[in-house]
Every structure is written in C-alpha cells, then in structure tokens.
Design a protein around this ligand. Structure first.
Ligand code: SF4
Ligand code: SF4
Length: 156
C-alpha cells in the first residue's frame, strides 16, 4: 500500500514541476537578450556605468585639481596630475589640472569620488559597454585635450 502511495506522490510532484515549467515557458521574458538587442537596451539613468568629466561648449571643466577624489578613492583608481600656471589676474602661480587619469579596471563604482568632489566636476553616465582586449585601454583621461578650468561668473 505504501508503495502505491509513494508512486502517486511522485506523479503529483512531477505534475507540479511540469506545471511550473509550462508557466515559465509562456510568461513574457524579463531578462535582456544582450547583445542581440544592442541599441535597444536602456539602463536606468541612475546606473553607474562610466565616470566622466563634463565639459562645456568652450572646452571647460570644473576640476580644480584639488585631489580630494583621489584621496577618497579606496582603490587608487584616480590620478589627479596637476601643473603650475601663472595666474594673469593675480600674478601668482596657481595649480591647474594637467591630466585626470581614471583606471576603469580597478573601479568598484562606489561613487566616493563623485560624492566627495566639492566642484561637482565628475559624474556618472550609464554607458556600460566597456569590454576591451587589452588592459591599457581601461585607462582613460577624463579631461579633454586643451581644456581649461571653467571661469567663475563675476558677481556684480
Ligand atoms: S567609484 Fe570608487 S573606486 Fe571608482 S574611482 Fe570613484 S572612488 Fe574610486
Ligand atoms: S574631480 Fe573634484 S575632487 Fe577631484 S580633483 Fe577635480 S575638483 Fe577635486
């Protein structure tokens, strides 16, 4: 008698499993079929995809080369390389940004750099296609060639 009971329970469990499988078979897919749907994938705007330094139409950025982001980065991902330049207004030397180097390969996307920047000079975009065959390509210079510090608007 116990033998028949076990067989019936087994059949019932199998039917339950098949029911769940069939249900998932007809349910709409929720996973993205990447890369087949490349160009149609729109990640959420808050997604941390790529660290960038925005520049305006005059090729100016907001980075003062203070180095706070570099100090706050737990992985040594950022190198703020500065140089000295003569300030024509004051006649004194001032520190300006030479190169802002960001190693995507060691970034954990913690966003401490963005949060700690007093100038809001860096931000995230949701660009996510970073695959490359060579590691050096993961090093990015975020300040554009020939760019300068954004001039502050003078208050009247
Ligand atoms: S997101 Fe985090 S790990 Fe990446 S550069 Fe910023 S502080 Fe460093
Ligand atoms: S990005 Fe911000 S915190 Fe980093 S060096 Fe530039 S101004 Fe300073």
């Amino acid at each position: 008698m116990n033998h028949i009971k076990s067989i019936l329970i087994g059949i019932w469990r199998m039917m339950q499993g098949m029911y769940i499988s069939m249900l998932n078979f007809i349910r709409p897919k929720v996973t993205e079929q990447y890369p087949e749907n490349r160009g149609k994938v729109f990640p959420h705007e808050r997604m941390r995809g790529q660290l960038v330094m925005p520049h305006n139409e005059n090729n100016e950025h907001k980075c003062t080369a203070c180095g706070i982001c570099q100090m706050n980065c737990p992985n040594g991902t950022i190198q703020v390389i500065s140089k000295k330049e003569l300030d024509e207004e004051t006649g004194k030397e001032k520190k300006i940004l030479d190169r802002y180097i960001y190693d995507l390969g060691s970034c954990t996307y913690c966003s401490l750099c963005v949060e700690s920047c007093p100038q809001d000079a860096i931000e995230w975009t949701n660009e996510f296609e970073h695959a490359t065959f060579t590691r050096p390509k993961l090093y990015n210079k975020l300040n554009k060639e020939g760019s300068t510090l954004m001039k502050k608007e003078k208050k009247n």
